[in-house]
Design a protein around this ligand. Structure first.
Ligand code: PLP
Length: 438
């Protein structure tokens, strides 16, 4: 048995893979990855694949950026971990200051950083902060959250409670605090008119029942897991204003959209919006390791003053892990020194043009793009049943591209600094793969 087969046999015998049926695990998905660099992963036979999924959307700088590898190694040699509560350390303190510096700016200031482990925990932290803040600051009646149909905020119970209840989550419905959530049920918006109607509904809810709501949670400008669905910056601006009128906190889940994915550092910037709580993960640690943060305004933070009885009594073993902090600091230095965001507009227009070109194939529609995220629809299949997306996935794999469709949606989230020749090569391979299936 060669090494590839040995690894696959161990995996099939003992690993429980995420989002994968047991049958598929037993016979399909036989890729064994042994390395990665830039936009590519490399399999056990030395074949290179352009990873259009960016390892579930976190590779903002490409795999194994040498500066991130060096930062991780250097920090591991000095201080790999220590608990943050009783003591602090340079990476946590310096990163917090830097995140505050690059956070969206405007009519309020995100000045505090609470660390956690991944996108889901960043959202859990935001939900708990918002709820506790209301309870101990004159808003005892504010026991609900407002959320969007089609939303995805993670797979932990709190994060699922404010997301869409769908094929993935319906079995857990009795466990969710759904009775505390308004707005998230119903059909996910797709067209501009549907987004507009949804925004109007949320505004109306805030106007009439806003005093029962502690926070509105939103994926700003892009609903990722809902199939890369975009909505206009002006709607986000309107929701910010409606929250302010109702005294409701705005939680921006920038787990996917943050760190330049939409072309600006934060999607909120496009709407000139500063949220009260901002969740970040994925790109924060350059796709190197699990790491997340929830940023809060001065006002929110001050609402926890008054001893242990009013403190936020929440934490994780690895809250503020020095390795994560050191890598995230280096990510921010790379953004600055390599002027990463300056290079996005040109690459984004190549990406957009490549996706628009796909619409000439039969059955392909609704090409859309924002910054370094682009998508097309292949039909109207459901996530679990549609196999057209998986056929394109297989055709693309044979051409050296990893896709992993969201049901009938084919999307790409390449690194922001992707080599432009490699980007064009990917778009040509995608075009040919869709032609194969059409
Ligand atoms: C907007 C958004 N929030 C939260 C999450 C959950 O992040 P994680 O998978 O790191 O827990 C995701 C993951 O895709 C996401 O897209």
């Amino acid at each position: 048995m060669n090494d590839r087969d040995r690894i696959l046999a161990l995996d099939r015998a003992h690993v429980w893979r995420p989002f994968t049926s047991l049958e598929r695990h037993a016979t399909g998905d036989d890729l064994v990855i042994t390395g990665a660099e830039g936009a590519f992963v490399i399999d056990a036979d030395g074949r290179r694949y352009f990873d259009a999924t960016g390892a579930w959307w976190c590779q903002v700088l490409g795999y194994a950026h040498p500066r991130l590898v060096a930062a991780l190694r250097a920090q591991a040699e000095v201080l790999p971990h220590v608990a943050l509560a009783a003591a602090t350390h340079a990476p946590a303190a310096e990163l917090a200051a830097k995140l505050v510096e690059v956070a969206p700016k405007g009519d309020r200031r995100l000045s505090r950083v609470f660390y956690s482990d991944d996108g889901s925990t960043a959202v859990e932290v935001a939900l708990k902060i918002a709820y506790q803040h209301a309870q101990q600051n004159g808003g005892a009646k504010r026991q609900r959250f407002l959320a969007f149909p089609g939303a995805y905020h993670g797979d932990t119970v709190g994060a699922m409670s404010v997301g869409a209840v769908d094929d993935f989550t319906s079995v857990f419905r009795p466990l969710l605090f759904r009775d505390r959530v308004r707005g998230a049920d119903g059909t996910a918006p797709r067209t501009e008119a549907e987004w507009e109607a949804l925004c109007a509904r949320i505004e109306a809810h805030l106007a009439t029942e806003g005093d029962t709501v502690c926070a509105l949670v939103v994926e700003p400008l892009v609903q990722g897991a809902n199939g890369m669905r975009f909505f206009g910056a002006e709607l986000l601006r309107r929701l910010r204003d409606a929250c302010d009128r109702a005294g409701v906190l705005l939680i921006a889940d920038e787990v996917f959209t943050g760190f330049g994915r939409t072309g600006t550092m934060w999607a909120c910037e496009r709407a000139r919006v500063v949220p009260d709580l901002l969740c970040t993960a994925k790109g924060l640690s350059g796709g190197m390791l699990p790491f997340a943060a929830t940023l809060a305004t001065d006002t929110v933070y001050e609402g926890f003053r008054g001893g242990m009885g009013r403190a936020f009594l929440h934490g994780h073993t690895f809250t503020g892990n020095p390795l994560g902090c050191a890598v995230a600091l280096e990510v921010l230095r790379i953004f600055e020194e390599e002027r990463v965001l300056d290079g996005v507009a040109r690459r984004a227009s190549t990406l957009r043009a490549g996706f628009e070109r796909l619409q000439r194939h039969a059955g392909v529609s609704n090409a859309r793009a924002l910054g370094m995220v682009a998508a097309i629809d292949l039909g109207r299949g459901s996530y679990l049943e549609d196999d057209r997306g998986w056929k394109v996935h297989e055709a693309a794999k044979a051409r050296g591209v990893l896709l992993r469709p969201l049901g009938d949606v084919i999307y790409a989230v390449p690194p922001l600094n992707v080599d432009e020749g490699e980007l064009t090569g990917f778009l040509d391979a995608l075009d040919a793969s869709i032609a194969d299936v059409s």
